[in-house]
Design a protein around this ligand. Sequence first.
Ligand code: PLP
Length: 400
Amino acid sequence: MKSEEYIALEEKYGAHNYQPLDVVIERGEGVWVFDVEGKRYLDCLSAYSALNQGHVHPKILAAAQEQMKKLTLTSRAFRNDQLPQLYQELVELSGYEMVLPMNSGVEAVETALKLARKWAYQSKQVPRHQAEIIVVEGNFHGRTISVVSFSTEAFYREDFGPFTPGFVIVKYGDAAAIENAITPNTAAVLIEPIQGEAGVVIPPKGYLKQVSEICRQNNVLFIADEIQSGLGRTGKLFACDHENVRPDLIILGKALSGGFYPVSAVLGDRKVLGLIRPGEHGSTFGGNPLGAAIARAAINVLIQENLIENAAKLGEYFQERLAEIPSRHVELVRGKGMLIGVVLKPEAGGARRFCVALQEKGILAKETHKNVIRFAPPLIIDKETLDWAIERITEVLTMP
Ligand SMILES: *Cc1c(COP(=O)(O)O)cnc(C)c1O
């Protein structure tokens, strides 16, 4: 079948909850993907940073294949030999005391919200069902009803109410706004250290530190959603590390499995994670041995192959080179490590047409919101490949 036929089938039978670029990918290898016609593209989205380790990384593949032959699922009614090792490795990597595994990112977000509410009732003596959680404008934490309840993107919410109460929304990047929103019933503050979906929005320097300090002083949990920004993407293990901030809970997903499988987790200390009792929360697939084996391999690759250092070094280089492009369409380039947004001027006609032009030149990137092109290639990328990409990106950004 040709690309057009796959696209026609998808449009006919699939719900249209996405508007993908019209490229039908059949195979991936490292930083490259190949469409059904055999054309090669550089993946500059990395599945929203789930593919930090690149496509079909051989070591993760080997771990997945080996585990698949042995044991894939026990449910948590029984124990398995992989999960405890994943726990230990995550604890040693992160410095947190405990881990709660889930599957998709939004499930881990929901888990963190439940943990925060429970902590508020059990530890902080907030009156039952009165807990408040402070979130920020422009947030993206996933798509469940509770999570879109506090989205500020009208489009994500419009037809999906009624909504879950208990969330207070303040401005992003404004620590005083958080302080002012805190009440005796505040359980937690939930933020992304960098807002990926909002267009790679980076808060002012010192914001994370201030928020963390405000939380500590007010006995409020600080929850960082590092699903996109974590695991090396920004040139540190966690984006919060740039300000030496240690949140009470960290939410991980995406690259935790190197793109092989949905694996997410909440990391935190015993004072919060220790409150959850058997049966209060769970998931049939959460913590399954296949996912755990894959995540172990994915973490191993991240560390063994120095992907965090590579993201820091080449990310800075990439950002500098992008900023040098003499384009009349570009307003500014912003980012941290290998999470970069090229913000276009309002009169540029939207980011989509540039993404389509990039696709023709063999680069896959995706617009976030209307005017931002996100560049977030796998962290295994090398300088030669980046230079190859920059040449093509320059051609596209300097077009009329
Ligand atoms: C992708 C993402 C999520 C949701 O993860 P899913 O696996 O799609 O449910 C939550 N938060 C952030 C910051 C994300 O980037």
